[in-house]
Design a protein. Structure first.
Ligand code: HEM
Length: 522
């Protein structure tokens, strides 16, 4: 047996195989020692979990900011830089470093020659993905997120992350089309130069648009013939041409595309007023930097991050827009909802409708069954390591049993029967089925694994470096002001006729609930 199938190296030590079942753990740089990179008593954890009085004091003092910075840095250090493995290479290689077509991998694939699909633990055959999805993931009745997230949040998360999650299915599930691996606003400007040039107006730095009832919307594919995926049934005048090929799928995505389009063109107007001498190119490039900066992000995107972000339980049973109940067949690919209702009413509707709780199981709408089945299938093709190995990677205690993992006894019993061993539980089912934190949208692992991926990017973006982060990069004080004053509310309300209720939370009080009349505020 390949000894690395036991995952013998702890604390991110690297397992290297030699002849005759011999292996070595390379513990270099892990801070751990010995044959398996195991710890001396974990002082950091001890400190963190004891001395409550000391933490009280720190929490209420200026020290908090300093410590927060340390915590954020430590967290983002879970994500290696430069990137390491990918779906083909379970060891370091130049190919894996330099070939940007791959998603990187935080943990190497399970070796090919292991006794079981997950290494050495669990059954010889993994449970049928369709059975897993049907038994534990499909929604029975809608369970709202107890933290009050709404559809405006759900579509923001989807819109934002789909600039760097763009699996290149033709090449295989381990590959991406988003070669810049981060926040480059490729979902607004296209992921290649040719597409960008087609989307641009080539005047005043602006993007092409169409006017509907006097308001600015993305152009149609007749006007801008870029590749988009629409079913044949969608008529020409409803085929919006967007930066991202699949954003015609949901009015929520087209809505955000419209807002960013308006914001880009608005930034161009502001810049042009300040710099009459600038040509189209400089106006465009500077406006693009302004757009990118707001939600900044950059690093090598990993497959695990992509799988983790399949937050489909957020989606409701149907969509409530302006008093109408729109079902899935009438919502998907229906860009006319955006053109008909306009930005204001859609924002208001999506901000008021609660999104589903992501964790805890049984909350994926039947319509999205295939999508979640597919993540599970792909993770097997790509030999993604067990959930517990990722728990360890992020310095969380591996679960000892399914009964510790979930409070639902029946779920635990069935999972045990299907997987045979908690150490064989898979990554994505683990994230979605783990007991949620009290009154929270998901469980411990989603937070503790998701946050480092995000933070790594926030701290690693060149635009945050002192070389870039100064007013001149954004065309002077006016541009810098746009960047520093950015909020969701400003994005919406400075690009619409009246200011609807706009938030990532459903209304909390009477004042929020009432706000929904065309007003001239702002
Ligand atoms: C991928 C449908 C909402 C996150 C996909 C795929 C489909 C799909 C068909 C492609 C599956 C594949 O071939 O790999 C939908 C529909 C939605 C929805 C119909 C709403 C009704 C969401 C939301 C999120 C999300 C709200 C997250 C906030 C993702 C991610 C991928 C994905 C991360 C992988 C993208 C890639 O690798 O290219 N979705 N989705 N989806 N979805 Fe969704």
């Amino acid at each position: 047996v390949n000894p690395c199938c036991h995952y013998p190296c702890q604390n991110s030590g690297m397992c290297v195989r030699y002849a005759a079942g011999r292996f070595e753990c390379d513990c270099t740089g892990t801070g751990f020692y010995g044959d398996n990179c195991t710890p001396s008593p974990d002082t950091v954890h001890y400190l963190l979990t004891h001395f409550h009085w000391l933490w009280e004091l720190i929490n209420t003092s200026f020290l908090r900011d300093v410590l927060m910075r340390v915590v954020l840095t430590v967290r983002s250090n879970f994500i290696p830089s430069p990137p390491t493995f990918n779906s083909k290479y379970g060891y370091l290689s130049w190919e894996s470093y330099s070939n940007l077509s791959y998603y990187t991998r935080l943990l190497p694939p399970v070796p090919e020659d292991c006794p079981t699909p997950m290494g050495t633990k669990g059954k010889a055959v993994l449970p049928d993905p369709a059975v897993l999805v049907e038994r534990f993931l499909i929604r029975k009745t809608f369970r709202p997120d107890p933290q009050g997230a709404n559809l405006m949040f759900a579509f923001f998360a989807q819109h934002f992350t789909h600039q760097f999650f763009k699996t290149h299915h033709r090449m295989g599930p381990g590959f991406t089309r988003a070669l810049s691996h981060g926040v480059d606003a490729g979902h607004i400007y296209g992921d290649n130069l040719e597409r960008q040039l087609q989307l641009r107006l080539h005047q005043d730095g602006k993007l092409k648009y169409q006017l509907v009832k006097g308001e600015m919307f993305p152009p149609t594919t007749k006007q801008v013939p870029v590749t988009m995926s629409y079913p044949d049934s969608i008529p020409d005048h409803q085929r919006l041409a967007l930066g991202q090929e699949v954003f015609g799928l949901l009015p929520g995505l087209a809505l955000y595309s419209t807002l960013w389009l308006r914001e880009h063109n608005r930034a161009c107007d502001i810049l042009r007023a300040e710099h009459p001498s600038w040509d189209d190119e400089q106006l465009f490039q500077t406006a693009r930097l302004i757009i990118i900066v707001r939600p900044d992000y950059s690093n090598r995107i990993s497959l695990e991050f992509n799988h983790l972000y399949h937050w489909h339980p957020l989606m409701p049973d149907s969509f409530l827009v302006d008093g109408q109940d729109v079902d899935y067949p009438h919502f998907l690919f229906n860009t006319s909802l955006l053109l008909h209702f306009g930005v204001e009413k859609l924002v208001d509707a999506f901000s008021r409708q609660e999104a589903g709780q992501i964790g805890g199981g049984w909350n994926v709408h039947r319509r999205l069954q295939k999508v979640v089945e597919l993540v599970i299938k792909e993770s097997r093709d790509l030999r993604v390591q067990p959930f517990n190995e990722y728990r360890k990677k992020f310095e969380l205690k591996p679960y000892k049993s399914f009964y510790e993992f979930t409070d639902d006894q029946e779920m635990a019993r069935q999972l045990e029967e299907l997987y045979g061993d908690i150490d064989a539980l898979e990554f994505y089912p683990g994230l979605l089925l783990e007991r949620t934190r009290h009154n929270a949208i998901f469980g411990e692992s989603m937070v503790e694994m998701g946050a480092p991926f995000s933070l790594k990017g926030l701290l690693g973006n060149p635009i945050c470096s002192p070389v870039y982060w100064k007013p001149s990069t954004f065309g002077g004080a006016a541009g810098f002001d746009l960047v520093n004053s950015a909020t969701l509310e400003r994005l919406v309300c400075l690009n619409s006729r009246w200011c609807p209720y706009v938030s990532f939370h459903v209304p909390r009080n009477e004042r929020d609930r009432r706000r929904r009349e065309p007003t001239t505020e702002l």
